[in-house]
Design a protein around this ligand. Structure first.
Ligand code: ATP
Ligand code: MG
Length: 346
């Protein structure tokens, strides 16, 4: 079989809802992408069609967001020679695959996806649009169109991968075995909380520390971070478990002995929040400084992002056309094979 010899594949991506990745995106998925890009053939998409599921205004800024997010990829160590980076909307055939998949998913099944309720709540929407309801089906099409085997995501996205597996199984059972059943891969911190103590740091939630925040901004955000609310004085024993400040220390402070010492003293009421936060600021800046430096270097290369995206998109589109044709054959949709030829007639 055509697929049996090649390396396993990763597909994952991000919505260009803002122009910067945050620490949650890093520990949830970016770190795994960097770590696995040699072992797996990796595809990364900027999911601008998925963006439309929650936003239909201020779309002029999306191009800028895409540009900046690609620079963030490069600055954390994603290598554009190894990884295919592409723009979802420039591979419109994925919508045909998504449409095929929609016929395999019931409305109640789509409504049971937990992120749907969360998004409606967080963004204070009156109701979900058809596009928002179909969000995970389009995601399944993205993953399956490159026959992705592994999907590094934050924990919030695991229910989408489960649906992708169901769709792959249903398609294969109904027609012919075309698709693998991909696995989700959650990062070291399944869901990094926000600086406000909310369960999830989010690009659009106003509670994020961004990878390209400068040292001053990191300081300001950490100093106003939510910690243990019961601890109104430094001599009151504090809670380390579930405390966002310590979750960040564990995830980003490379001085592990310092972190253990702070935790022990916090438990006993022997350290103030200010010291804990100052050490976190220093740890975060040690982590972020090389990322900032690489970013500045890549940003100075004119035309680099556009070149990466056009090369990556051409590659991804090839894959999509191939998979779509296999899917159509499996379904018996063979009545017009030469789909390119019809354009000649126009
Ligand atoms: P938005 O608020 O616009 O949905 P987001 O911050 O959730 O943005 P996405 O683009 O939706 O970011 O997600 C990109 C990837 O980062 C996904 O794999 C998602 O699971 C992961 N991710 C997002 N936030 C976190 C977090 N706080 N902790 C761990 N992983 C996260
Ligand atoms: Mg999200």
């Amino acid at each position: 079989m055509r697929d049996s010899h090649r390396r396993k594949r990763i597909l994952t991506g991000d919505r260009p809802t803002s122009d910067a990745f945050h620490l949650g995106n890093y520990v949830g998925t970016l770190a795994n992408r960097v770590r696995l890009q040699d072992e797996y053939e990796t595809f990364l998409l900027l999911a601008d069609l998925h963006l439309l599921t929650t936003r239909t205004s201020d779309l002029e800024e999306v191009g800028h967001n895409i540009h900046e997010l690609v620079l963030d990829y490069l600055s954390v160590g994603i290598d554009h020679e190894k990884t295919t980076i592409y723009l979802q909307s420039l591979v419109p055939e994925v919508l045909e695959l998504a449409w095929i998949f929609m016929s395999l998913v019931s409305v109640p099944r789509a409504q049971r996806i937990p992120t749907l309720k969360e998004v409606v709540r967080d963004l204070k929407l009156d109701t979900a649009s058809m596009a928002l309801l179909s969000y995970p089906v389009l995601q399944a099409a993205d993953i399956l169109m490159v026959k992705g085997n592994l999907v590094p995501v934050g924990k919030d996205q695991l229910s989408h991968i489960e649906l992708t597996r169901e769709i792959a199984r249903r398609f294969n059972d109904t027609f012919a075995p075309v698709f693998p059943a991909p696995e989700g891969l959650v990062g070291n911190v399944p869901t990094l909380p926000g600086t406000d103590g909310k369960a999830k740091m989010g690009k659009s939630l106003g509670n994020a520390i961004f990878l390209r925040d400068d040292a001053e901004t990191v300081k300001r955000k950490v100093m106003s971070m939510y910690t243990d609310p019961k601890r109104i004085r430094a001599d009151i024993p504090g809670r380390v478990q579930g405390n966002p400040v310590f979750i960040y220390h564990d995830a980003f402070n490379d001085d592990k002995a310092e972190v253990e010492d702070l935790k022990a003293r916090y438990h006993k009421g022997k350290v103030g929040d200010v010291e804990v936060k100052q050490k976190l600021i220093a740890g975060l800046n040690r982590f972020l400084e090389p990322i900032r430096e690489r970013r500045a270097r890549f940003a100075a290369e004119k035309g680099l992002v556009e070149e990466i995206l056009s090369r990556g998109t051409a590659r991804a589109r090839q894959e999509c056309l191939q998979t779509l044709s296999e899917a159509r054959d499996a379904m018996g949709l063979t009545y017009f094979r030469d789909r390119e030829a019809i354009q000649v007639l126009k």
